[in-house]
Design a protein around this ligand. Sequence first.
Ligand code: SAM
Length: 261
Amino acid sequence: MIDWNPDLYLKFGKERTLPSKDLISRIGLENPARILDIGCGSGNSTNELKKRWPNAEIIGIDNSSTMIEKAQLLYPEIDFRLMDATEDLSSLGKFDIVFSNAAIQRMTGHEELIKKWYALLNTGGTIAIQLPLADDIKGQQALYELEYVKKYKPYFEGKKLRFNNHKPTFYYDVLSHLSTAKDIQIWTTTYMHVMQGFEGILQWYESTSMKDYLNALPSDEFRENFKNNYLIKLKNVYSLRADGSVLFNYKRLFVVASKSK
Ligand SMILES: C[S@@+](CC[C@H](N)C(=O)[O-])C[C@H]1O[C@@H](n2cnc3c(N)ncnc32)[C@H](O)[C@@H]1O
């Protein structure tokens, strides 16, 4: 089992933290007492929350032990806990902000999850979620296409390898039913990450989506072959700039909704 590799994940720490900052910038609360970061990973999103609201009690939860250990090492002053976000979280109490950056796409049943997470809010609280929109990310689609290659196919059958995401309107509809304040912000941003060649995109995915594919394959030889075929696919959909960089378009959806006072 290939668990998350926090060091490889943090190789792109700047790019991966940017959406957290953008999401935080749209939360209007000045003095939240308690904040929950769901799928906190190695703590970079949680640390941004701490920087914005240094006096708040912040809890970060994640179901990867390697990620939680790294978060505890990097930010010992924050309370990180190994927990599955799809389970009952009511024992954690109520929060003024329920935050989740780039994690819900790893979970299924988004309507139920969002309802459950919204129920953790105090009155006047805010829920804020960001997730990638995989349909519009060519590097993600290139990965999905490799599922159909004959020699890999049997190893991927029955496995849940893809991100889970719905269209933006789905999240609006779920939140507009919930948000008693009727105060919803929803937007998309396509980041253009400047990557060091095609290998840069390969490394980006090796620490996230691709790890589940590599994990399913039977040997290192297969894994190397898979990565080489992925590089070929990337070369078909992206082009090198004159300085050797590749502009990696990455579309993300953001939703922020409030509960009335
Ligand atoms: C791409 S990382 C995002 C980490 C961090 N929020 C950030 O902004 O960099 C996704 C995280 O979601 C976590 N995750 C996935 N499924 C989860 C679940 N069911 N419960 C808790 N965490 C989960 C993964 O372990 C991983 O650390």
